[in-house]
Design a protein around this ligand. Sequence first.
Ligand SMILES: NC(=O)C1=CN([C@@H]2O[C@H](COP(=O)(O)OP(=O)(O)OC[C@H]3O[C@@H](n4cnc5c(N)ncnc54)[C@H](OP(=O)(O)O)[C@@H]3O)[C@@H](O)[C@H]2O)C=CC1
Ligand SMILES: O=C(O)C1=N[C@H](C(=O)O)C[C@H](O)C1
Length: 240
Amino acid sequence: MKIALIGYGKMGKAIEEIALSKGHEIVLKIHIDNTEAFTTEAIKNADVAIEFTSPETAAENIVKCIDAGVPVVSGSTGWLGQWNKVADFIQEKNGAFLYSSNYSVGVNLFFELNKYLAALMEPYNEYNVSLEEIHHTQKKDAPSGTAITLAEQVSQSIQSKKHWVNQPSENKEDLVILSERIDPAPGTHKIKYQSEIDDIEIIHTAHNRKGFAGGAVLAAEFLLGKTGIFTMKDVLFGEK
Ligand SMILES: NC(=O)C1=CN([C@@H]2O[C@H](COP(=O)(O)OP(=O)(O)OC[C@H]3O[C@@H](n4cnc5c(N)ncnc54)[C@H](OP(=O)(O)O)[C@@H]3O)[C@@H](O)[C@H]2O)C=CC1
Ligand SMILES: O=C(O)C1=N[C@H](C(=O)O)C[C@H](O)C1
């Protein structure tokens, strides 16, 4: 498979290593200093684009690849305020797109565990639920995309938690997400249910970026030859 890497930072490099080890070819590498090389002609050489850039640039990059008729796997976080606009464009173009706030298999299992635990905990309102995430200091967005996904899953079951906030709060309707930035943390996420009697916690700790990168390559392999909008759930559990 011919892959275009849109974003060649920590994730782009980790993806390159795994893609090459699986026999794929990298035909384009775009970073902030060579964006002039990101042309429609250049992108058309790729079977799939894997986009890991920044909150500011992701939506535009995705649209550009879709417009060129190239399927896109994106892992960039912090841009989902533009989701509807991007999704409409993909559907209009009959494009292929796969998005996950976290590509690691472990986190996608953790997402299922989080939903299950939230459903179990819903009748027990003596417990207060909150989230914590820890990442390296270069991370641009807070809370992490993964923490937002986890919070949205919790809110679906725990009716009292109407919305998340990214600061301490005593308001029972606020689902608190605390963000810490400590090097070199690749990504830690905790969901905590606290009562006067006891605490229940689930934690996922990434030890490196191999899980995110391996999942993104799996997603690209899955997307080839398809049209529509997919998630890692489709890749791992075959829901579509
Ligand atoms: N979904 C998931 O599983 C994961 C998602 N992420 C997300 O992926 C994104 C990237 O993370 P990470 O690799 O750690 O970040 P880095 O800062 O290490 O890399 C970002 C890359 O994007 C490049 N870039 C910035 N602007 C543009 C642009 N306009 N066009 C093309 N390239 C551009 C940067 O170029 P330069 O190096 O020249 O500055 C850099 O190569 C973040 O949003 C992060 O939250 C991260 C890990 C896992
Ligand atoms: O920026 C990162 O590093 C990560 N970003 C993603 C997120 O925002 O959830 C995924 C992972 O936790 C690493």
